[in-house]
Write a protein that binds this ligand. Sequence first.
Ligand code: SF4
Length: 436
Amino acid sequence: MRNYTTQMDAARKGIVTKEMEIVAKKEHMTTDALRKLVGEGKVAICANKNHKCLDPEGVGSMLRTKINVNLGVSRDCKDYDIEMEKVMSAVKLGAEAIMDLSSHGNTQPFRQKLTQECPVMIGTVPVYDSVIHYQRDLATLTAKDFIDVVRLHAQDGVDFVTLHCGITRKTIDQIRNHKRKMNIVSRGGSLVFAWMSMTGEENPFYEYFDEILDICEEYDVTISLGDACRPGCLADATDVCQIEELVRLGELTKRAWAHNVQVMVEGPGHVPLDQVAANMKVQQTICMGAPFYVLGPLVTDIAPGYDHITAAIGGAVAAMSGAAFLCYVTPAEHLALPNVDDVKQGIIASKIAAHAADIAKGIPGARDIDDRMADARQKLDWEAQYACALDPETARQIRDSRKPEDDHSDTCSMCGKFCAVRSMNKALAGEYIDIL
Ligand code: SF4
């Protein structure tokens, strides 16, 4: 029988949970140091008590940077088995979280399958599911309908829910008056905005925030405070709409923490590279160090087809400057639903960004694998290099497809016998160096 409600409640009562023990071990830190951070809200351990197969992770800027992969069935891709295959391959490639953004059919069986079989954190955006769940048009839904879907997801074992609580009726005027280039590009944010515009009512996720906190406390669901006003282009970055919403997210963070509910705060968006670090600092100040979950940031608007790269550049700088959690972006961003290969490209790009940031931040143990790779490269030990590679399959396939002329050579076809590594190894060993 648990004598605590949430991980945060446990931490504040001085209880070290089994999840804290696992996370502390993974992060090379003491359980006491981790417990303190969870109690302060600087680390979230998203672990719904109904997600029994979860291998828990901590999310916080002083821990390894985590990555999230968005998946889920939609009208144009409604095969649950294909989507489950993508989920498991994402987990194998190192994703620490899957967000189920299903928007077609009966979404509950897939969500339940995820929390019954998938060991990584599961997140959802209940407002997407509301229209599907009730099979009714947005304008006919009531505030209670939305809250009931949050409860349903909590009961199903979802570890974190994105809720766009930060926009209010004031935001409607601001969006109309401020004349952003891209208005609102958050899918959930646009639905909440549309619902408020059609019904004339206040944002239900803001108005009934206390009821939502009761649900999240009961099941230990972490709230990921959605950024409805995240900039959708560089011109809208760090504008009044974005910052005004962020201030409200800071207030809501305080209210959630007072209820022992764990919080993450979502961030931009499209942001010029020189504004990324400043955005992280402002968020950390306004939201008192709550873990920051960034969607990109994409540092240029002109690379459709390559947005996994624009996001990885922004993601690396964001994570180095304080973001804790990166949402992956695929090459299909802005263009189409990602296929299996897009998903892989997006994950690898995010893993590179997260890992580069962890090295820069001096996360304990982060650089060990790079040092092992350097040793393997110095020895021209190709199998050892593949073992250290983020994507061994691709590395092997590239080398095998373009082997050096002499098939038994330990170099690669880039420089052949001009191989600097080979020449130096031989020179330092006092051996003769044959080039021709
Ligand atoms: S041949 Fe050139 S690229 Fe290949 S391992 Fe040697 S130095 Fe590196």
